[in-house]
Ligand binder design. Structure first.
Ligand code: TXA
Ligand code: MG
Length: 344
């Protein structure tokens, strides 16, 4: 299939790009579009066949459900059974990087929800995503626009790497502001369960709801045969081709260890900006200053893709702390590393 690549530089001037994109989606085709988190691989969320096409373009198992993207928080009413907590979350965090799981209504096909009776709903703040959903007039079902298992794409370059020839259109809206996928919560009565941490932090959720649980799979490996709360938790994710190992220890001990590994074993490293001058620059990728978690979040997935291109067979990185946005970084990095943590 020929993929049309359309660049939107000025988000107030879409030309006819969005008309074309909406036409493709309404006729059952696929369009990759930018969001504030990562790029999404979008299709009509009311069409079972569009969901099938998404699974096949991504190479994703069809039991792993899709998020539906809506233009306004109140649109969730048409697709899910909302309630008081949903509206409290919406008031504080929507539009923005939060996905809420609720019981689904019949109009959402089971192929979109991987056979589940719940549906994940998100109202993105990115102007292009918002305008596209509004123009379509239907919810857009969209997973991250990577081939299944690879890091989510945060710029069009990586979308093209994975999706060229697999979708009708790619809208290039530049770099994604946040760089990690949305926070996912499931509503259960009056409580919330955090299934995937993101830019809306655990502490921020606790300001809206008194009872927020963290699903065990956010921090730990699922036990053999354990049924996860979110099907996506059981799949290997974000993984570079090289072995990826997280280092747990004092910063100075970690730096000494990676310096030695670069010299002796030609290993690559994702390092903090302030460490670069002590390291072999040809084997090092900076992910931001140590205290700057926003930049680390924005750069992580690109760094994982680029680290592979350095040709090393092992990649090291610091084990993040669990505070604030650190929880989201930790969650993505332990999964990319298949839970391999080395104490130094
Ligand atoms: O930021 C984001 O959320 C991006 C952008 C494109 O919006 N989307 C994204 O989608 O990350 P995806 O499909 O890559 O990740 C969605 C996760 C999957 O792990 C899936 O298992 C889980 O959400 N999920 C979706 N619907 C669910 C449901 N009904 N119950 C439990 N988990 C669900
Ligand atoms: Mg994904």
């Amino acid at each position: 299939m020929d993929t049309k690549i359309a660049r939107i530089i000025d988000t107030t001037e879409y030309g006819n790009t969005l008309d074309e994109a909406a036409k493709i989606i309404l006729s059952g085709g696929l369009v990759v579009f930018p969001t504030e988190t990562v790029y999404g691989l979008g299709g009509n969320g009311l069409l079972a066949d569009a969901a099938k096409k998404i699974y096949s373009a991504k190479g994703r198992p069809s039991d792993n459900p899709l998020i539906i993207h809506i233009a306004e928080p109140k649109d969730a009413e048409n697709y899910a059974f909302t309630g008081d907590i949903y509206y409290r979350l919406a008031e504080s965090f929507m539009p923005g990087p939060l996905t809420v799981i609720m019981k689904k209504r019949d109009c959402i096909p089971h192929s979109v929800t991987g056979g589940l009776d719940t549906v994940a709903v998100r109202c993105p703040s990115h102007p292009v995503a918002h305008a596209l959903i509004e123009k379509c007039g239907v919810p857009i079902a969209a997973p991250s626009a990577n081939i299944s298992g690879r890091p989510s794409p945060t710029s069009a370059e990586y979308v093209i790497e994975d999706m060229n020839g697999r979708v009708e259109m790619i809208i290039d809206g530049g770099e994604c502001e946040i760089g990690l996928e949305s926070t996912i919560v499931k509503i259960d009565g009056n409580s919330l369960t955090l299934l995937r941490p993101g830019a809306i932090t655990y502490d921020a959720l606790c300001c809206v709801c008194e009872d927020v649980k963290i699903a065990p799979a956010v921090l730990e490996k699922l036990a053999e045969n354990e049924k996860p709360l979110s099907p996506g938790m059981k799949y290997r994710h974000y993984a570079p081709n090289a072995d990826f190992v997280l280092l747990d220890g004092d910063d100075s001990d970690v730096l000494e260890f990676i310096k030695k590994e670069q010299v002796e074993n030609n290993c690559a490293v994702l390092c903090y900006d302030e460490e670069l001058s002590h390291l072999d620059a040809s084997l090092s990728i900076c992910i931001g200053a140590k205290e700057d978690l926003n930049t680390q979040a924005k750069k992580l997935f690109t760094a994982l893709r680029e680290a592979d291109k350095l040709g090393a067979n092992k990649i090291y990185a610091h084990l993040p702390t669990l505070d604030g946005l650190g929880l989201a970084l930790y969650n993505r990095m332990i999964r990319a590393a298949a839970h391999t943590i080395k104490k130094v």
